[in-house]
Design a protein around this ligand. Structure first.
Ligand SMILES: Nc1ncnc2c1ncn2[C@@H]1O[C@H](COP(=O)(O)OP(=O)(O)OP(=O)(O)O)[C@@H](O)[C@H]1O
Length: 581
């Protein structure tokens, strides 16, 4: 009997006897490891295409336990739009990187797969661990698991990366007594800026400042050099740059040649030494140290759950990994070599480059982990068809990559540009014009959105104002939101495009769909030029626009007080209403 037939038989017996998957995974990996490098991927694909069979029926049942049938009675598992979901749930022995487009039911898919593993294959819930970036995502997944699996769902491990690191450092004898100066949401709150600032003050000489002056003198930022407080401004953005430098350490392909890069390295080194002296770990150092401990063979007394008994590790938002997160996951896998890793994320939604995120981790998944496959989840269950298309246009998607609309309704796209000229004018002047334009247009677009609801027989839906920065054109988003006359019972939200990730509203109005504005100016933007390529920075803006566009369920309005952003040109073709100035 061939290895593949044996493998399929072993899979069948897992279903029949609920006997545990670990030996099947172990055997499969051992056989693949014997193959020549170039043959490994091919044989894994072959195994996978056969492995779907024994598990498909039971995986379909898990999908149908969790998702309602279509109105005509077709079970969710039988819909062509859910074929990729069925693949994801039914493939259990390879590690998987799931590229899940916006609104494609990423968290729903995770919960269904865990339901399948626990209730059909008999995997103990304690042998399953989920890792998320922040507490909100962890709570959301815990609630969904409990809703689907009942009490058993509570036995699945759900942690943020930082809470896992915290636990390791507090348990490990070598670090138990150290000060842990990080919170669960430390990604949004990197090293305390004030401490970095003092390291900057102590490690920035006249010569270093001259290097910065040189760097910007002949660039688009030469206006900065002319400003009297140039040196203070530099010290401020160095501080953010040092956080970025620390987060990017160990990222493959890091550019590391410029004098500015070397200066950031020196300041970071001094800051790290200070942390070590005071026996303190901030979020970044804490993740790295926990990863180092996990990757060693040292005993961590009291650390039992992830110490060899783990069978499945699910990782969320994989597109936003920086080196520290990758190292932590590698550490968990080192302790649990037979575990299967399922990493889910969307490379189109990678928007944390300024926190050190780098897509190379997502892209290099198959080469980093044994017996690993890439799978897609392309159907968007959130947005109307035109809005899904809008997302594809923003991303200049090839046919293969396009997200596909799962919902039957069309959705509406509206575009209005103001054509306000920004050249040779003071910012304040054109901002005033932009404000007047926005106030008029927001009111018009909101009214049209709620009229759509009335025509479709829906209650007036939720509405959000989005922009890459909180202060588009001199007024904050909240103030614009407050001026909208909303129907009774509807609150108008406002949010930066970054913070909108993972959320959804019936109607979205983007306020700054203008040329050159995405992403909003991050304090580290100037030094980022020495660490990230121009293309990376441009694509980051494109992805942020994609996130903003795909928050809308029924209608999307794009406002551009000046000219339209080039990645939004597609909006003109898809717009139901288009009024150019
Ligand atoms: N296969 C499906 N069929 C029908 N509805 C689905 C399916 N998957 C998810 N949904 C619904 O679509 C909505 C979005 O799902 P979910 O929150 O899981 O998406 P997500 O991919 O995690 O979103 P994002 O990554 O954009 O934040 C939910 O209301 C969910 O019930």
């Amino acid at each position: 009997m061939s290895f593949i037939e044996n493998h399929i038989q072993r899979c069948q017996s897992v279903i029949d006897t609920k006997s545990g998957l670990a030996p099947v995974v172990k055997k499969m990996r051992a056989v693949i490891a014997q193959q020549e490098d170039d043959k490994q991927a091919a044989i894994l694909r072959k195994i996978s295409s056969r492995e779907r069979k024994p598990f498909t029926e039971a995986a379909a049942a898990a999908i149908d336990r969790n998702l309602p049938a279509r109105p005509g009675g077709t079970p969710a598992s039988q819909l062509p739009e859910n074929k990729s979901l069925l693949d994801f749930v039914s493939l259990v022995s390879p590690s998987i990187r799931l590229r899940a487009r916006a609104g494609s039911g990423k968290s729903t898919g995770l919960v269904i797969k865990i339901d399948f593993l626990v209730n059909t294959l008999g995997v103990p819930p304690e042998a399953i661990q989920l890792l998320t970036f922040n507490k909100a995502a962890a709570n959301d997944l815990s609630n969904k698991l409990e809703a689907s699996l009942g009490d058993v769902g509570r036995r699945v491990g759900v942690n943020t990366f930082h809470s896992l690191a915290f636990h390791v450092l507090k348990t490990y004898p070598g670090t138990r007594g150290m000060v842990l100066d990080f919170t669960d949401d430390a990604r949004a709150n990197p090293a305390k800026l004030s401490d970095i600032e003092s390291a900057v003050m102590e490690n920035t000489t006249r010569q270093d400042l001259a290097a910065y002056r040189n760097r910007y003198e002949n660039s688009a930022f030469k206006f900065l050099v002319k400003q009297p407080d140039f040196e203070d401004q530099v010290r401020e953005f160095i501080a953010s740059g040092v956080s970025l430098y620390r987060a990017r350490r160990g990222t493959p392909g890091q550019r590391d040649v410029s004098p500015i890069f070397r200066h950031l390295k020196r300041v970071a080194g001094s800051f790290d030494a200070k942390l070590a002296e005071s026996e303190t770990f901030d979020g970044e150092a804490g993740l790295r140290e926990a990863a180092r401990i996990l990757s060693s063979d040292n005993t961590i007394p009291g650390f039992t759950r992830l110490n060899g008994s783990l069978q499945f590790l699910f990782v969320d938002e994989y597109q936003d990994f920086s080196a520290a997160f990758e190292q932590l996951v590698a550490g968990v896998m080192h302790r649990n070599p037979d575990a299967v890793l399922n990493a889910v994320g969307d490379d189109w939604q990678s928007i944390n480059a300024f926190m050190g995120a780098d897509l190379s981790f997502f892209r290099g998944f198959r080469s980093r982990y044994e017996a690993a496959l890439n799978l897609p989840l392309q159907t968007n269950w959130r947005c109307g068809k035109r809005i899904v298309e809008m997302g594809n246009e923003v991303m200049e998607a090839s046919n293969k990559e396009r997200a596909v609309a799962g919902l039957p309704h069309d959705g509406r796209v509206r575009v209005k540009t103001g054509g306000i000229k920004t050249e040779r004018r003071k910012t304040q002047e054109w901002h005033e014009e932009a404000r007047a334009f926005l106030e008029d247009q927001i009111a018009i677009m909101a009214k049209r959105a709620w009229d759509d609801d009335a025509r479709a027989g829906r209650d007036p839906g939720s509405l959000v104002l989005l922009a890459s920065k909180n202060r588009p054109f001199g007024r904050d988003l909240k103030t614009y939101a407050r001026r909208i006359k909303a129907p009774e019972g509807v609150t108008v939200a406002s949010c930066t495009s970054h913070a909108s990730k993972g959320r959804e509203w019936d109607h979205v109005i983007i306020l700054d769909g203008i040329e050159g504005e995405y992403p909003g100016g991050h304090p580290a933007q100037l030094v980022a030029r020495d660490m990230l390529s121009k293309a990376d920075m441009r694509e980051e803006g494109q992805r942020l626009l994609y996130v903003a566009v795909t928050r809308a369920k029924h209608s999307l309005a794009v406002l551009a007080p000046t000219k339209l952003h080039r990645n939004l040109y597609g909006a003109r073709l898809l717009a139901n209403e288009l009024v150019d100035a």
